[in-house]
Design a protein around this ligand. Structure first.
Ligand code: ATP
Ligand code: MG
Length: 257
């Protein structure tokens, strides 16, 4: 038991969820390491949703609402951390849900689909023979996607994706929305819209944004997208970290130590 007064309570609970997903056989061992890398960046941004993330969330909501064929990609870590919000988002947009794994095995695909169904998902793509289309230029199991899902999608939400796959999806002409705590990763830099925030905080906010922007007209949503600049958002994330570290350093020892 982690005491609720622990300063890293939330972070430790989330770590436990990923570990549990690993024990249940659907989080990859590499997923445990990925969570650690994310935790480090979360520490740096202050473990709260920052304005640059809110700006990206608004743009992401606009892109999802404007899409003809939006798809939400789910891997083991996302299924462990925030399965319910994926289902809520899929209904709010509406969008399709696809299991999309870096380390694909039939067993993990099925377990993730099962977790999503337990949280109310009616249809889950990308399991077994359904993942029979391929992303060009990628090798092995990483390139397999559902022909009805990611392959056909114009907008794909990829929380916690890998850089190579994000780049390959962009080259296929898709709008890629990433959630990645590291503003320097290739995923963050090559996505069309990068939400630099913890997936556990970003997803509920994205659901809210979609619900509240649903009433907007197409041209208003298009305007949100036109005014969005991903490099500007990534630069604000880096500047936020810089300022924050400077303040923390000054709190310890003012001036130039
Ligand atoms: P890339 O392939 O994009 O260059 P990478 O190789 O540095 O990235 P990976 O190990 O492939 O990183 O994937 C882990 C990524 O997911 C990291 O950038 C990490 O910050 C991010 N991440 C991990 N857990 C979370 C989380 N809970 N919320 C948001 N981002 C997360
Ligand atoms: Mg990587």
């Amino acid at each position: 038991m982690i005491p609720p007064t622990h300063p890293r309570y939330r972070s430790l609970l989330e770590r436990e969820k990923v570990v549990e997903g690993f024990r249940d056989g659907y989080v990859a061992v590499q997923g445990l390491i990925a969570q650690g890398r994310g935790e480090c960046f979360d520490y740096l941004i202050g473990e709260e949703t920052q304005p640059f993330a809110l700006e990206a969330i608004r743009a992401a909501a606009a892109a999802l609402l404007l899409a003809r064929h939006p798809v939400l990609s789910v891997n083991g870590n996302v299924a462990a951390l925030t399965p319910g919000t994926v289902v809520e988002l899929a209904e709010a947009v509406p969008a399709l849900i696809e299991v999309n794994l870096f380390y694909r095995t039939r067993e993990r695909e099925e377990k993730i689909a099962e977790v999503l169904r337990r949280h109310g998902a009616r249809r889950v793509l990308g399991v077994g023979d359904d993942a029979s289309c391929t992303i060009p230029e990628l090798f092995s199991e990483r390139r397999r996607v559902s022909c009805e899902g990611i392959y056909k999608a114009d907008v794909v939400l990829v929380p916690l994706e890998d850089g190579d796959r994000t780049e390959a999806l962009r080259r296929m002409g898709k709008t890629v929305i990433a959630v990645d705590l590291n503003p320097m990763s290739r995923t963050a830099r090559s996505a069309s819209i990068t939400i630099v925030d913890n997936v556990t905080r970003a997803m509920p906010r994205l659901v809210e944004a979609v619900r509240s922007m649903k009433g907007l007209e197409r041209r208003e949503l298009e305007e949100v997208l036109r005014n969005y600049n991903n490099d500007k958002v990534l630069a604000s994330a880096l500047r936020h970290i810089l300022r924050r570290l400077e303040e923390l350093a000054d709190g310890l020892y003012p001036g130039d130590a």
